[in-house]
Design a protein. Structure first.
Length: 461
């Protein structure tokens, strides 16, 4: 592959508010569905403890990752950071883990979008709606990053507002007694089993770093957008958890009726106990909840395109995936590739399993990223760092320990899926060793001595 595959560059269009919209939007669907399945594993106390540790992990990881993103503002995110700090092999592993996370999370969300729309369009099959959503939002991402980010910001604001309305309606019915009923049904082992669902609250926040090449003054604006996003999400997760469970206990937002299969729609179940299922607020929640799903779905598609683009640019995936569209200035080929893989995964119908595979990719990304910050501090002490991790080295060390424990727990409780994830990673690594080109662009990453300097530009959101 020659360097002309990257001759057409990504355009810098994004300011801090758009980055906040992307960061919150990537994640916010996790507030609307899926997390309550962790209550079935760990009960209120088990999931609460798992979530508390995961919040600490994400706070320490996010501010560590911000240091990396500001120092090396590249679309490849962890791939570029780990290549610079740990070498080509671990850089590739980190990049592939990132691709798996970002490519496998959208099919799970697409299935939920299909289920939501099916409530309003019962004659249209869920799968048809999900596939249509994939095509529409991939097309929007191909059209342009600014249009995609503005749309993301709009629907993210709606989704955040709806969570606050939900909390306001349910908070008067909060009962500490309800929270403590059967709070640890499966012992402390249940807390470990609930870890993937605690991670689902925040999965993909790191996607903010993948639009660094499209950010105005990235050394400043990534810090503002990234930091504001994680603090917003922590607050929303705590509020949503407490107000949902506090209405009528954890079982009421897992099982629609006693003995029924577990539901992945905790907020409507909680709200129904307060206002009934025929109230205007109930129907509004279902409708705007769809925007929360769309925000994450659309946002992760955007980040996934940049992650695959970077591996294509350096020749670790097919060179065609590393090209930027001359017309739209977006990674069109990478987005179309992800569309095909996503639809294949969607057709499997294995939503829970797809989420867990995405979690495996995320945890590998977190572990390698936190190791990378130590390596870069030691081996490249003079690299320009517009932002430095607070409480270094304690904060990233705490995040690393929690991430390793979480990874071990997810493997223990999902051994067959761990083998599938390992097989995907092994096959990709064999391809990388035997067939991938060793492009000069990788050498550029390795040789990068300082952060990319960008002149201050008026922020135009």
């Amino acid at each position: 592959m020659s360097n002309n595959t990257s001759a057409v560059q990504l355009e810098r269009k994004l300011g801090p508010w758009m980055l906040w919209g992307l960061g919150v939007g990537y994640v916010i669907s996790g507030m609307y569905f899926g997390w309550n399945l962790g209550l079935e594993k760990g009960g209120t106390l088990g999931l609460a403890v798992a979530t508390l540790f995961i919040i600490v992990m994400y706070l320490t990881f996010t501010f560590s990752y911000t240091e990396l993103a500001c120092a090396i503002p590249k679309a490849g995110g962890v791939f570029d950071y780990a290549t610079k700090g740990l070498g080509k092999d671990l850089g590739f592993i980190a990049g592939m883990a990132q691709v798996i996370e970002f490519v496998f999370a959208p099919p799970a969300i697409a299935a939920a979008i299909g289920a939501y729309f099916h409530l309003f369009l019962p004659d249209v099959p869920v799968m048809a709606i999900a596939v249509a959503a994939y095509i529409v939002f991939t097309a929007l991402n191909i059209y342009g990053v600014q249009a995609a980010a503005r749309f993301e910001l709009f629907i993210t604001v709606l989704a955040v507002a709806e969570l606050l309305i939900f909390a306001g309606v349910t908070a008067p019915g909060f009962s500490l007694e309800k929270i403590t009923v059967n709070a640890l049904p499966n012992g402390w082992g249940g807390a470990f089993a609930a870890i993937p669902f605690a991670i689902w609250f925040f999965l993909a926040i790191e996607g903010v770093a993948n639009v660094a090449e499209e950010t105005i003054n990235p050394q400043r604006n990534i810090l503002i957008g990234f930091g504001a996003a994680i603090l917003t999400l922590v607050a929303l997760a705590i509020i949503t958890f407490a107000t949902s469970v506090g209405v009528n206990g954890w079982e009421a937002i897992v099982y629609p009726t006693p003995g029924a299969a577990a539901s992945d729609s905790p907020l409507p179940l909680a709200l129904a106990h307060v206002v009934g299922d025929n109230h205007l607020l109930y129907h509004m929640l279902i409708f705007i909840g769809l925007f929360g799903l769309v925000a994450s779905f659309h946002g992760i598609i955007l980040a996934a395109g940049r992650a695959v683009l970077e591996l294509g640019r350096v020749g670790y995936m097919h060179p065609a995936l590393g090209k930027v569209s001359p017309r739209f200035k977006t990674p069109m080929n990478a987005l179309l590739f992800n569309l095909v893989i996503g639809i294949i995964a969607l057709m499997s119908g294995k939503t829970g399993e797809i989420i867990t595979i995405a979690v495996f990719g995320a945890l590998v990304l977190y572990i390698i990223s936190l190791i990378t910050i130590f390596a870069l501090r030691k081996n490249h002490p003079h690299m320009a760092r517009p932002f430095k991790t607070p409480f270094y080295p304690v904060a990233p060390a705490i995040g690393l320990v929690i991430a390793v424990v979480a990874f071990a727990a997810v493997i223990y409780y999902n051994q067959s899926l761990a083998l599938i994830f390992g097989a995907i990673m092994a096959a990709a690594f064999v391809y990388y060793k035997l067939f991938a080109s060793k492009d000069a662009l990788v050498e550029q990453v390795l040789a990068m001595p300082v952060a990319v300097e960008v002149k201050p530009v008026r922020i135009d959101d």
